[in-house]
Design a binder for this molecule. Structure first.
Ligand code: DMJ
Length: 642
C-alpha cells in the first residue's frame, strides 16, 4: 500500500513516505500490530501539525493590511496612551461592546477590501481579453476626459476689464483707383497663401508650397499648433476676409491645445501666438482668443524660473523645463528674445488683472538697467544663471533687434507714460548711432554689427526694420531731434531699397556688405536667400505714414510684384535661395510671418491712414496690432502706487 504524498502546510513538497510491504519485506506477520501503531503515530502527528498550524501561523490580517497599503485607512487614530489596545493592527477601545463593534467594523472592512480586490481582478481579466487596439482606444478616451476636464477648468471666465477705446478698425479703403487695385492684389495674394495652407497644411505650423504638405521648425516644437492660423488671423480680419477668419477661429477654439509635450521658443510663441491671439481678440472682441492667450502665457511662465529671472530661450509646454539654445554663447539667453516680451505681457496683466506677467518683464528691465554696458551698447548674450554678459556682440539685426523696438513701443503703448522705457531707448539709440551707424563710400547709411571690439560692415535684412523704428521714435526724441531721426529712417529705407534693387529678382538678400568696393550686395552664397521677410516693407510703411512720400508706395509695389513673380507657386508662396540668380530655386517654405507681417504691411501701405492709426495702435514685432493702454489709473504691478 502506498500512502499519498503528504503536502506540508509550508508548501515545501516532502519525499513520498512508503509504508507498504516493500518498506518492511521480512516482517509481514509480526508487523500487523506495529503497522497499526505506526498509523496511529502518523495520525497523531498529523493532528498535532494541524493544531500547530492553527496557533502559530502568522496573523493574516496583518499581511492584508500592509499588502494593500491600507495602514492609514484601518488605523485612523492609533493612540495607545489613551487606554486602547492595538490588536493585530486595529485599535480596540476597552472590552465587550466596543470590542464587538470594532470586530464587526473590521470584518466589514475586510469584506469590502476583498470585494474591491476581486472586482479589480475581474476588470484586469476582462482587459486582458481585449485587443491591443481596444485597450489603446480606452486609454485615449480616458485621456480625452482628463483633457476636457482641464479645459473646463482653464476656460473659467476672466475678469471683465473695460476694452480700451478701439479707434480705426475700419476698411481703410483708398479713394484712388490705382491704389485700390494694388491693395486688391495684395488681398488676392493673401487669399492664395491662406487657401493653399488650408488645403495642404491645415493645422500644421507652416506650409511647404511645393511639396504641398505641412511644415514645422524647432521654434514651434514638435506639435501641430497651427502657427500660420494664429499668425494670420488679424491680417484676415483687417482685409475683410471674414469667412477665413471664422475658419481660423473655429480651429483655434476646437484644436489649439497647449498641454502638449513640446519644447517651444518662448520668444517666437510670445510674438506670434500670444501677440496674434491678443490682436485677434481686440479686433474681433471674441473671448476665445483672450482665453487661449492667457492659457498659453501660463505655460510660458516656468521659463522664468532661473536664478536671475532672465527666461530660458525654450520651454517644454508640458513639463515646464527650460533650456537655452546650444549655439548661444556660454549658455546665454538672447537679448532679442528675453527683451521682446514686454508688450504682450503688459496686455496680459491688463486683461487678467494678474500682475504676474507685468512683474516678470519689469524684473528683466530693472536687471538690464543696473548692468554695465560696454560703450553703452547692450551685448546680445546674457547668462541667466550668473547674470553676466556672454560674448560682446551687439546688433540691431538678428539677436538684438526687437529689444530696442520694444523699449520704444513700451513707451508708446503706455500712452507715453512709461518714460523709463523711453529713456532706455534714447540712451541705446545714441550709443548705436555713435558706434554702429556709418556711411559707405557710395553714400549709403548702414548699421553694422559690433563684434569683440570691431565693427563688421555688414547689414542684415532683419536690421532694415530699424528705418521704421527711427521714424516711429522721432516724435518725443531727446533734444527734439525728431527731424534727425526721421531723416535717419529715410536713409535706412533707401539703403534697404538699394539692397533689393541691386539684385536680379528685385528681392533683398539676407545680409549685404559695405566693404572692399561692395555696396549693399551679398557676398557669401549663404547670405543670398530671401525667405519672404517683412522688414524692408515694414520700414516703407512707417515711412509712408510719417512722410506720405509716394516713393514708399512705389517701392512697396516693386516688392509686391517681385514676390508675386518669383515666390508665387501654385501651392502658395515660397522663399528663394538666391536673389541674384535669374533661375532661382525655392526653399519650399511659406513662413507664417509672410501672412502675419509681409502681406499686412503691404496692405496697410495701400490703405488709408485711418485704418489702425499709429496714435492708437502699436504693432508688436510680428505686426500684431495692440491698442495703446491708458494706464494712468490702472494697477499692473499689484502695487496701488504704480
Ligand atoms: C519675425 O518673426 C519678426 O519680425 C521677428 O521680430 C524677427 N523676424 C521675423 C521675420 O523676419
Amino acid at each position: 500500500m502506498t500512502t499519498p504524498a503528504l503536502l506540508p502546510l509550508s508548501g515545501r513538497r516532502l519525499p513520498p513516505l512508503n509504508l507498504g510491504a516493500s518498506a518492511f519485506p521480512h516482517h509481514r506477520a509480526t508487523l500487523r500490530l506495529s503497522e497499526k501503531f505506526i498509523l496511529l503515530l502518523i495520525l497523531s502527528a498529523f493532528i498535532t501539525l494541524c493544531f500547530g498550524a492553527f496557533f502559530f501561523l502568522p496573523d493574516s490580517s496583518k499581511h492584508k493590511r500592509f499588502d494593500l497599503g491600507l495602514e492609514d485607512v484601518l488605523i485612523p487614530h492609533v493612540d495607545t496612551s489613551k487606554g486602547g489596545k492595538n490588536l493585530g493592527g486595529f485599535l480596540i477601545h476597552g472590552q465587550g461592546h466596543d470590542e464587538h463593534r470594532h470586530r464587526e467594523e473590521e470584518e466589514q472592512l475586510r469584506n469590502k477590501i476583498r470585494a474591491d480586490h476581486e472586482k479589480a481582478l475581474e476588470e484586469a481579466k476582462e482587459k486582458l481579453k481585449k485587443s491591443r487596439d481596444e485597450i489603446q482606444a480606452e486609454i485615449q478616451t480616458e485621456k480625452n476626459k482628463v483633457v476636457q476636464e482641464l479645459k473646463k477648468k482653464d476656460s473659467k471666465p476672466l475678469p471683465l476689464v473695460p476694452l480700451p477705446n478701439l479707434i480705426g478698425v475700419n476698411s481703410g479703403e483708398p479713394a484712388e483707383p490705382d491704389i485700390r487695385e494694388k491693395r486688391n492684389k495684395v488681398k488676392e495674394m493673401m487669399k492664395h497663401a491662406w487657401d493653399n495652407y488650408k488645403q495642404h497644411g491645415w493645422g500644421h505650423n507652416e506650409l511647404k508650397p511645393i511639396a504641398r504638405k505641412g511644415h514645422t521648425t524647432n521654434i514651434f516644437g514638435n506639435s501641430q499648433m497651427g502657427a500660420t492660423i494664429v499668425d494670420a488671423l488679424d491680417t484676415l480680419y483687417i482685409m475683410g476676409l471674414h469667412d477665413e477668419f471664422r475658419e481660423g477661429q473655429e480651429w483655434i477654439d476646437k484644436n489649439l491645445d497647449f498641454s502638449v509635450n513640446s519644447e517651444v521658443s518662448v520668444f517666437e510663441v510670445n510674438i506670434r501666438f500670444i501677440g496674434g491671439l491678443l490682436a485677434a481678440y481686440y479686433l474681433s472682441g471674441q473671448e476665445v482668443f483672450k482665453i487661449k492667450a492667457v492659457q498659453l502665457a501660463g505655460k510660458l511662465l516656468p521659463a522664468f524660473n532661473t536664478p536671475t529671472g532672465i527666461p530660458w530661450a525654450m520651454v517644454n509646454l508640458k513639463s515646464g523645463v527650460g533650456r537655452n539654445w546650444g549655439w548661444a554663447s556660454a549658455g546665454s539667453s538672447i537679448l532679442a528674445e528675453f527683451g521682446t516680451l514686454h508688450m504682450e505681457f503688459v496686455h496680459l496683466s491688463y486683461l487678467t488683472g494678474d500682475p504676474v506677467y507685468y512683474n516678470k518683464v519689469m524684473h528683466i528691465r530693472k536687471l538690464l538697467q543696473k548692468m554695465d554696458r560696454p560703450n553703452g551698447l547692450y551685448p546680445n548674450y546674457l547668462n541667466p544663471r550668473t547674470g553676466r554678459w556672454g560674448q560682446h556682440h551687439t546688433s540691431v539685426g538678428g539677436l538684438g533687434d526687437s529689444f530696442y523696438e520694444y523699449l520704444l513701443k513700451a513707451w508708446l503703448m503706455s500712452d507715453r507714460m512709461d518714460t523709463e522705457a523711453r529713456k532706455m531707448y534714447d540712451d541705446a539709440i545714441e550709443a548705436i548711432e555713435k558706434h554702429l551707424i556709418r556711411k559707405s563710400n557710395g553714400g549709403l547709411t548702414f548699421i553694422g554689427e559690433w563684434k569683440n571690439g570691431h565693427l563688421e560692415r555688414k547689414m542684415g535684412h532683419l536690421t532694415c526694420f530699424a528705418g521704421g523704428m527711427f521714424a516711429l521714435g522721432a516724435d518725443g526724441s531727446r533734444d527734439d531731434k525728431a527731424g534727425h531721426y526721421l531723416q535717419l529712417g529715410a536713409e535706412i529705407a533707401h539703403t534697404c531699397h538699394e539692397s533689393y534693387d541691386r539684385t536680379t529678382l528685385k528681392l533683398g538678400p539676407e545680409a549685404f556688405k559695405f566693404d572692399g568696393g561692395v555696396e549693399a550686395v551679398a557676398v557669401r552664397q549663404n547670405e543670398k536667400y530671401y525667405i519672404l521677410r517683412p522688414e524692408v516693407i515694414e520700414t516703407y510703411w512707417y515711412m509712408w505714414r510719417f512722410t506720405h512720400d509716394p516713393k514708399y508706395r512705389q517701392w512697396g509695389w516693386e516688392a509686391t510684384q517681385a514676390i508675386d513673380k518669383y515666390c508665387r507657386v501654385s501651392g502658395g508662396f515660397s522663399g528663394v535661395k538666391d536673389v541674384y540668380s535669374s533661375s532661382p530655386t525655392y526653399d519650399d517654405v511659406q513662413q507664417s510671418f509672410f501672412l502675419a507681417e509681409t502681406l499686412k504691411y503691404l496692405y496697410l501701405l495701400f490703405s488709408n491712414d485711418d485704418l489702425l492709426p499709429l496714435d492708437n495702435w502699436v504693432f508688436n514685432t510680428e505686426a500684431h496690432p495692440l491698442p495703446v493702454l491708458h494706464l494712468a489709473n490702472t494697477t499692473l504691478s499689484g502695487n496701488p502706487a504704480y
